[in-house]
Design a protein around this ligand. Structure first.
Ligand code: GAP
Length: 455
């Protein structure tokens, strides 16, 4: 059961500590957009880095592309997005309201009439809509390329990064000649004109995806599907998501995207309920066949052994970075009592924590302490670049600030470090974020401890 108010606390901490800000905030914001601040950028990069490690770098069969966001509109015609990438929508008939709602997510209760029309009550103004129609609303953002603003210049902001991978399949084949099975990975922005963006960074209009299109022989799709399913669980574990908060949902045929023969959604217990985190789909040869037909360019693969030509089939693990980051924050958020005070901390895995350690002189106004702390800071930074320096306020306040951004360790340099107690010369205290306990270690041991945990 989700803790009441947890979402509000996460949103507040995200702003207070520089993780996530509302988009264009000084102008009143823009619905469905958020900006990542200094800590958010580091956390996002670490989440993406871990994905690259598990999904690309520890394998021998993966390649990367970084495709343009604006693509020839024929791409989206062939892929079926112009015809079918839409959500059902109802619009309130009250001339003073005119608000639009998704018709399939339970926000409004639709009562179907025999003539195909619906009745519903507007949750905003209470207007009773009778003889109302459900319309399909295409979610792709449209713009114009070049100086003309007519239909011939229409282009779309990509609604999924996958499109940029499919159109580069032939380029990767021709330049690197990989054999099946192999995959292409891409991290990048995608855009969806969501009718109702909501739940902070859960449903956005501008989002970041981490996608793999993995090309296989048609007979080998099930083996590949299973292997990627396990990789997705391994990634969830590496991120520190609790096993019992991640669930698989076998998506029934009627709810699957038009290109998918099998989809497993990975759902997460967010503070606002169980919702989709990632998706794993078997896209068959739908996309490459559609792009072959649409472009007139052959996308067939020649099997050197059998001399047969065929269109490869595709397994697609598709992960949203923003939803991942929200799941990470929700899993890591903690409140406890330490030293008689309530404190908040993020129990982030050291591998993804934005800052791995903070280095601090016990007192700011003692030059000899500051000089020694600067020395320790420089030595640690050589080994672990993502560290912080803090000499502001008392040491307790500094620890609290680091707890709130999830810094796993704090190293404090005190008079013992300088040799006030000779047997403690060149030692520091290493404070553990979760327990608040402090250990006395040599500088070298403390550095090694941080380095090992940061991974
Ligand atoms: N290429 C397949 C594809 O895009 P999808 O299920 O529509 O499939 C994949 O999206 C993932 O992208 C989702 O599982 C989710 O993590 C993320 N995602 C989709 N729409 C989103 C939105 N409006 N805001 C934030 N993340 C979103």
């Amino acid at each position: 059961m989700a803790e009441p108010g947890l979402m509000e606390k996460i949103v507040s901490l995200s702003k207070r500590r520089g993780f996530i800000f509302p988009g264009s905030e000084i102008y009143g914001g823009l619905a469905g957009t958020f900006d990542y601040g200094p800590m958010g950028v580091l956390l996002k990069e670490n989440i993406q880095r871990l994905w690259l490690t598990l999904f690309r770098d520890t394998r021998d069969d993966m390649y990367s592309v970084d495709a343009a966001i604006l693509m020839n509109p024929k791409v989206w015609e062939s892929s079926g997005h112009i015809a079918g990438f839409s959500d059902p929508l109802v619009e309130c008939g009250n001339p003073k309201c005119k608000r639009r709602f998704r018709a399939d997510d339970g926000t409004v209760e639709l009562i179907a009439a025999d003539d195909g029309e619906v009745k519903w009550v507007c949750p905003h103004c209470g207007w009773e809509n009778v003889h109302a129609k459900v319309r399909q609303f295409n979610m792709m953002f449209k713009t114009h390329a070049g100086a003309m603003e007519d239909e011939s210049a229409v282009v779309y902001l990509r609604p999924e990064t996958a499109g940029g991978i499919f159109v580069n399949y032939k380029n990767v084949m021709d330049s690197l000649h990989p054999r099946l099975p192999f995959g292409i990975a891409q991290i990048g922005k995608a855009f969806r004109n969501e009718i109702a963006p909501r739940e902070f960074i859960f449903r956005l209009r501008e989002l970041t995806q981490m996608e793999v299109e993995y090309f296989v022989k048609p007979t080998e799709w099930e083996t590949a599907f299973e292997a990627w399913r396990l990789t997705m669980h391994a990634y969830a574990d590496a991120l520190g998501l609790p096993k019992d908060a991640v669930h698989e949902l076998e998506v029934p045929a009627e709810d699957r995207a038009h290109y998918s023969m099998r989809t497993v959604d990975f759902e997460f217990d967010y503070p606002f309920g169980r919702k989709e985190l990632w998706g794993l789909a078997y896209r068959t040869d739908f996309d490459l066949s559609a792009h072959q037909n649409g472009s007139g360019v052959s996308l067939e693969y020649l099997d050197e052994e059998t001399k047969q030509k065929f269109i490869p089939h595709v397994i697609e693990p598709s992960l949203g970075v923003d939803r991942t980051l929200l799941a990470v924050l929700a899993s890591a958020y903690r409140e406890d009592e330490l030293g008689g005070e309530t404190r908040t901390y993020l129990a982030l895995s050291p591998r993804i924590a934005p800052v791995k350690a903070m280095v601090s002189p016990l007192l700011k106004n003692k030059p000899e302490l500051v000089a020694k702390a600067r020395e320790v800071y420089a030595a640690l930074k050589k080994e672990v670049p993502q560290i912080a320096w803090d000499d502001n306020g008392n040491i307790g306040k500094r620890y609290r600030r680091q707890d709130e951004i999830g810094t796993p360790f704090c190293l404090t340099i005190d008079f013992d470090t300088l040799g006030e107690k000779p047997e403690r010369k060149d030692t520091v205290t290493l404070r553990d974020r979760d327990s608040g306990n402090q250990e006395r270690l040599s500088i070298a041991e403390a550095i090694a401890r941080v380095k090992e945990a940061a991974g």
